[in-house]
Each structure stands twice: as C-alpha cells, then as structure tokens.
Design a binder for this molecule. Structure first.
Ligand SMILES: Nc1ncnc2c1ncn2[C@@H]1O[C@H](COP(=O)(O)OP(=O)(O)OP(=O)(O)O)[C@@H](O)[C@H]1O
Ligand SMILES: [Mg+2]
Length: 336
C-alpha cells in the first residue's frame, strides 16, 4: 500500500505554499501523525525553513549521507547509467522527516521533458517511466522507512516538467490562493493543466501494459483551497479584495472540479465543501518564527512571543489544528 501524497500547488508564486507545508507538517505531527515532507521546489525554501545553515552546508557538502540526501542526489544516478538512490531521510523529530530540496534540481527539468514523449514509445519503456516516476518512488520509499501516515510535498511556482512529475506522484492537491486577481486568474490555467496532465499520464500508463515496477495513479484530486490574507494590502479598502475572493468558490468549482452547473457559494465563508481555511496575516510572528526555526504556534516567551504575540501564537495553534484535522479527515489518513 502506498502512502498518500498531498501536494500544495499553484503556479502563482508567493501564495503561501511553503509556509503551509511547513506549518501543517508540524501540526499533523503534533496531533499524532507521522509525516514525511519533500521539497520539490528547486528554490528549496522548505528546506531552508527546516534546517539551519550548518546543517545545510553539511547536507549540500561532502558529508551528506550522515545528514540525509537531497531529492537531486537521489535522482542523479538515473541521469547517467545508474538507478534511483534510496533516500537517506533528514530527521527533524522522530515523527517528522524531510527529503531536502536542492538548487541544482532545476537541471533535472530537461531530462524530464525529454523522457515525457518517450513514455509513449513502443520499446525501451523502463527508462522513461523510471525517470518520470522518480519523485514518486523516492517519496514512497522514504515514507516506508519511517512508517509515515502522509507525505506533504512543496512544489515551485510554474507549470513545468518538474511539477508535472511531482503531480504524477500526487494523490491530493490543496490550492493556496492569495486574495487578489492574480490568484483568481491562476485557477483558470491550473484546472485545465491538471486535467491535461491526468489524461496524458493515463495514456502513458496505458502504453506500458506490464510495467516492471508499480506506477503511481496520478489522481491529483483537488481537496480544496486555502485563502491567504497576508497578501492583502492593508491600505486598500476591504472591498477591493472581497471582489476577487468572492469569485473563488465559482472559479474553483468550474476550473478545478469541472462543475459548470452551480449553484456556487457567494463567498469562501459559505463554501464549506471546498474553502478549507482563511489563513491570517501573522505579521511580526513570521520573522520571529523563521529566526527560531519553529512554526509560529511553537513560539515561546524566550523566542520573543510575549503578550499579544503569545496570544496570536495560541490563535495560530487553534487555527492550524482545525485545518490539519480537516485535511486528515478529508484524505482519510490513519495514525501509524
Ligand atoms: N500567514 C502568513 N502571514 C504572514 N506572512 C506569511 C504568511 N504565510 C506566508 N507568509 C510570507 O509570505 C511570503 C510567501 O510565502 P511562501 O514562501 O510560503 O509562498 P510560496 O507560495 O511558497 O512562494 P513561492 O512561489 O516563492 O514558492 C513569505 O515571505 C512568507 O514568510
Ligand atoms: Mg514556496
């Protein structure tokens, strides 16, 4: 049995994907799940959130195997004549591990693009499929090592070949959105792209009737969206962003779920089925948490979370707990 993979995905940048993966990984761990996170964004921001520079230097340097190995170090032998290297997980806590990202992962994009048409060929199917499903193989192997209940993947902000492979490995998608026109627009490209990737992957799977190893389903099932308040410009009247945010229930249903009939909820607050949460703007708690390399809801007095900051950290704990529980229920993950 494979471990469910949940990817936070939107090709619109800066909508809080990485912050969500980071905070939900910690929260799911806090409420009793075993979580593997995987940084599939060549910008490696999730990795930088988890690891300090000392650990990063070791990981990206010579003595890497003691400290884990990056996603790129796992796929690299494949680009020559070798096979996938089993991941050495970077342990954050006994219940939480990371497959770190790598800036040089960007170089794998060309290999993935080249093998995409080859998976429709009539011979030599092993290599193209091995490469296209490498992220899936590595994440599943890592999850098995630590007996994870769920895998959370962070992806970069584009619709390129790395993200297509990340999505082939994905069972469930959450779409983070900013409260702006750009995020609303992103839904119009995202839905059709996911439809195409699902179909293209199904066609390739169909082409390899007797695969030599298990291939992921590539279900990419959207389980909801999260609206981020942090992008809102405070100087603007509330109405300016309400205008965009209130169109999200309809655009999400039309584009991500192919629901063209409606009726559509008039606001995300009324969209109980698909709006998973509105994430608050945490202001100065964000740099404080980054400095302490902790999620906001783990900040203590000693980290500087005093008075109203401590209260805000407690509110964050409550909000992320509700969101984590909702997600766990929606994708039916069990405590392992
Ligand atoms: N709830 C929040 N409150 C305040 N700031 C936030 C919040 N969530 C994220 N941020 C900040 O907003 C910025 C963008 O967030 P993040 O990096 O998570 O987005 P992303 O979608 O992963 O971006 P990218 O497209 O670069 O991968 C970061 O500086 C982050 O610290
Ligand atoms: Mg990011």
């Amino acid at each position: 049995m494979s471990t469910p993979v949940l990817t936070f995905f939107n090709h619109k940048g800066g909508v809080g994907k990485t912050a969500l993966v980071y905070h939900l990984a910690w929260m799911l761990t806090d409420i009793g799940y075993r979580v593997l996170t995987c940084d599939l964004d060549p910008q490696a921001n999730l990795t930088a959130a988890f690891l300090d520079e000392d650990r990063l230097e070791k990981l990206w340097g010579e003595s890497r195997d003691e400290h884990g190995c990056t996603i790129l170090q796992c796929v690299q032998p494949l680009t020559q004549v070798g096979n996938i290297k089993d991941p050495v997980l970077t342990k954050i806590t006994p219940e939480l591990s990371l497959i770190p990202g790598d800036l040089a992962l960007a170089g794998f994009e060309d290999t993935l693009s080249a093998e995409w048409p080859n998976a429709l060929g009539s011979s030599e199917l092993y290599r193209p499929f091995r490469i296209l499903t490498a992220f899936s193989t590595i994440m599943q192997s890592g999850a098995e090592q630590m007996n994870a209940s769920v895998i959370l993947a962070d992806a970069g902000s584009n619709l390129g070949a790395i993200n297509r492979s990340a999505l082939i490995a994905t069972d469930y998608i959450i779409v983070p959105l900013g409260a702006d026109l750009f995020s609303l627009q992103s839904l119009c490209n995202l839905g059709p792209t996911l439809n195409r990737w699902r179909q293209d992957w199904a066609r390739r799977k169909h082409n390899w009737e007797q695969p030599d190893f298990p291939l992921p389903d590539g279900a990419m099932h959207p389980i909801g969206y999260v609206v981020q308040q942090h992008g809102i410009r405070l100087s603007r009247p509330i109405k300016a962003y309400d205008k965009w945010v209130n169109q999200m229930p309809e655009e999400y249903a039309r584009n991500l779920l192919n629901d063209n009939k409606g009726p559509y909820p008039a606001t995300p607050a009324e969209d109980e089925k698909h709006a998973l949460a509105t994430v608050k703007h945490y202001r100065s708690l964000v740099p404080m948490a980054q400095e302490a390399r902790k999620p906001i809801f783990h900040l203590k007095n000693a980290d500087g979370a005093i008075g109203s900051h401590a209260a805000a950290a407690n509110d964050a704990r409550r909000d992320f707990k509700v969101l984590a529980e909702k997600i766990a229920k929606r994708i039916e993950i069990g405590r392992t």
